[in-house]
Design a protein around this ligand. Structure first.
Ligand SMILES: Cc1cc2nc3c(=O)[nH]c(=O)nc-3n(C[C@H](O)[C@H](O)[C@H](O)COP(=O)(O)OP(=O)(O)OC[C@H]3O[C@@H](n4cnc5c(N)ncnc54)[C@H](O)[C@@H]3O)c2cc1C
Length: 405
């Protein structure tokens, strides 16, 4: 249980970043108040892919076995040419065996991570994890932060030593602090269709597949589902000609599914959802005693499955930073959080996800061929394949962090 280290941390937002930050802080002896505005855990299909570097952090926090047991172990991921329905390249995490004990990614849906951690956080003495509690205000002076919380119609204040804004892309706290969220929003949105159609049996897909197409790209992933019976998620861009309502209507949905595999049926589709997609980084990750983490500080497209992973990496850097703050570290040490996390987000997450999207959506025939050939060549050369996986799994990002002081 918690060591008595002292210090009170309020965390706004009980998404994946908030719960991991909360557990890490509780384990280091902070008193933690986790406030989540939603009354229920959001189980819409968002992140699932958890990379080796993140599994290492999860292992350090002591729940890797439980996390892996709720998901699917994915040793491989594949790139496909959607035009010809043929596999272009397969990448094998086993090539990382000298770098990590996790030679696979794990597909565990993000709401399961939240469900898993809320009771663990609340089990620490002095720590609470509350749903239906919205942070609506925060002011700070040299000695404390005062956080205003709304529960139903009631407002109340909580004083704390540090506030973590893990309140997602629309972060109330980032807006209250007037921090610019620099970057752009893609004109197209992403449609996520969840189906029980088995793409492994019908097309020979593995659990993580990226499909480059001259007409349209797609991603196909398998997740375990709450019943552990298996579901597949197909992600595609919305079409310019369609409103969101049209994109989610039966005729469009079955058209999209048949475009992936002629044996798909509408009855197999169990969920439909559309997301806006952005590439943005907050201009500042820290203002005095307030720290931004996860989607509150950065957003990226989901191709490559990096956003949540980056949020968990933020949380782990943040807990070290708060420990330093508790020990009386100076401004320069505390600003290292921003120096590291902002730089790494730009160098690894933004760079890779923008490139991942370009790779899949390339329409020019010659450039498309070049990109597919590059993937084949990367698979064929073990050194290149390893370097590719070191980046995609964010192991390279963790190592780069250690070089930024
Ligand atoms: C389709 C899709 C697929 C994705 N796949 C992957 C993937 O495979 N791998 C990956 O790494 N990432 C993926 N991502 C990205 C990932 O979902 C996000 O990066 C992740 O959810 C960020 O977690 P977070 O906790 O920072 O923010 P959020 O998940 O947005 O959580 C923020 C929480 O704060 C709460 N909140 C908001 N305002 C307040 C307030 N004022 N007071 C209190 N609480 C508040 C919200 O209710 C929410 O629960 C995907 C995203 C999408 C859309």
């Amino acid at each position: 249980m918690a060591m008595a280290g002292g210090g009170h941390v309020v965390i706004s937002g009980g998404g994946p970043t908030g719960v991991v930050a909360a557990l890490a802080c509780a384990q280091r002896g902070f008193r933690v108040t986790l406030l989540e505005s939603a009354r229920e855990i959001d189980d819409n299909p968002r992140a699932a892919t958890t990379h080796p570097s993140t599994l290492e952090y999860i292992d350090r926090l002591g729940f890797a076995d439980e996390f892996i047991a709720k998901g699917l172990v994915c040793r491989y991921f594949q790139f496909w040419d959607r035009d010809t329905q043929t596999r272009v390249a397969q990448f094998d995490h086993e090539i990382l065996r000298d770098e990590t004990k996790f030679t696979f990614a794990v597909q565990t849906e993000q709401h399961k991570l939240v469900q898993m951690l809320l009771p663990k956080i609340a089990a620490f003495p002095g720590c609470t994890a509350e749903l239906g509690a919205e942070v609506v205000g925060a002011v700070q002076d040299a000695g404390k932060v005062t956080v205003t919380v709304r529960r139903g119609g009631e407002l109340s204040d909580i004083d704390c030593d540090w506030l973590v804004a893990a309140d997602g892309g629309r972060s109330t706290i980032r807006k209250l602090l007037d921090i610019p969220f620099e970057g752009f929003t893609f004109p197209e949105r992403f449609t996520v269709l969840t189906t029980v159609h088995d793409f492994e049996r019908s097309l020979g897909c593995c659990y993580r597949n990226y499909l480059a197409g001259s007409e349209e790209w797609a991603m196909i992933f398998k997740v375990a589902g709450d019943d552990m019976k298996g579901r597949w998620r197909a992600v595609m861009p919305t079409r310019e000609s369609e409103s969101d309502e049209q994109a989610l209507a039966d005729d469009s949905v079955i058209g999209r599914m048949l475009g992936l595999d002629r044996s798909c049926t509408l009855d197999d589709v169990v969920h439909r959802k559309i997301y806006n997609v952005h590439q943005r980084i907050a201009a500042k990750f820290r203002v005095g005693r307030i720290y931004l983490a996860g989607d509150a500080s950065h957003l990226n497209n989901p191709i490559g499955g990096l956003g949540l992973n980056c949020g968990i990496h933020d949380a782990m850097e943040l807990v070290d930073t708060l420990e330093a703050a508790r020990a009386g570290a100076g401004e320069d040490r505390l600003d290292r959080y921003e120096r590291r996390r902002r730089t790494l987000n730009a160098e690894f997450i933004q760079e890779q996800t923008i490139n991942n999207k370009k790779r899949l959506e390339e329409k020019d025939p010659a450039a498309r061929q070049r990109r597919l050939d590059e993937l084949r060549a990367t698979e064929a050369d073990p050194a290149k394949q390893k370097a590719f996986l070191m980046r995609s799994s964010l192991i390279a990002s963790v190592r780069r962090a250690a070089t930024i002081d």
